[in-house]
Design a protein around this ligand. Structure first.
Ligand code: 5GP
Length: 127
């Protein structure tokens, strides 16, 4: 078992209904909700319902049905938000922080969808 999953992390509590969230969408294997401290005009988190810590954990250990559902949920939420770049002005950025170097705060896999404005440069340089 490469990762230990903390059942008390805040997203596990959201999934158990112990604390509320502002839900955007839900499917059999995942949940999407607004970030509590938005970093862009639109900032939604997509999480799997399964106990996965990071993207690599999920991609290697989740069942195909979970991976398909999660991948499609990200696309559905982008569509729901109206940010798929079929229009000249739209677009979004996906971010999934992992571990200390990625500055992951909540140890349950999540993809940030950031949109609604130009999101700016990808990251600061560390060269
Ligand atoms: P990370 O740094 O782990 O990639 O991002 C964690 C995100 O979770 C942050 O953007 C933070 O604002 C968000 N967050 C932390 N606690 C809560 C919460 O209780 N509810 C919601 N909706 N978002 C949260």
């Amino acid at each position: 078992m490469p990762y230990s999953y903390d059942e008390q992390n805040i997203f596990a509590k959201i999934l158990r209904g112990e604390i509320p969230c502002n839900k955007v969408a839900e499917s059999e294997h995942c949940l999407a909700f607004h970030d509590i401290a938005p970093q862009a005009p639109q900032h939604v988190l997509v999480i799997p319902k399964g106990a996965y810590v990071t993207y690599d954990d999920f991609a290697l250990n989740a069942r195909d049905a979970e991976i398909i559902d999660f991948t499609r949920m990200v696309a559905k939420v982008c569509g729901q938000l109206g940010v798929c770049p079929t229009e000249a002005q739209a677009g979004y950025r996906l971010i999934s922080n992992a571990g200390p170097d990625g500055m992951q705060e909540v140890p349950h896999l999540h993809v940030h969808i950031l949109a609604g404005a130009n999101i700016g440069p990808l990251t600061v340089k560390h060269t």
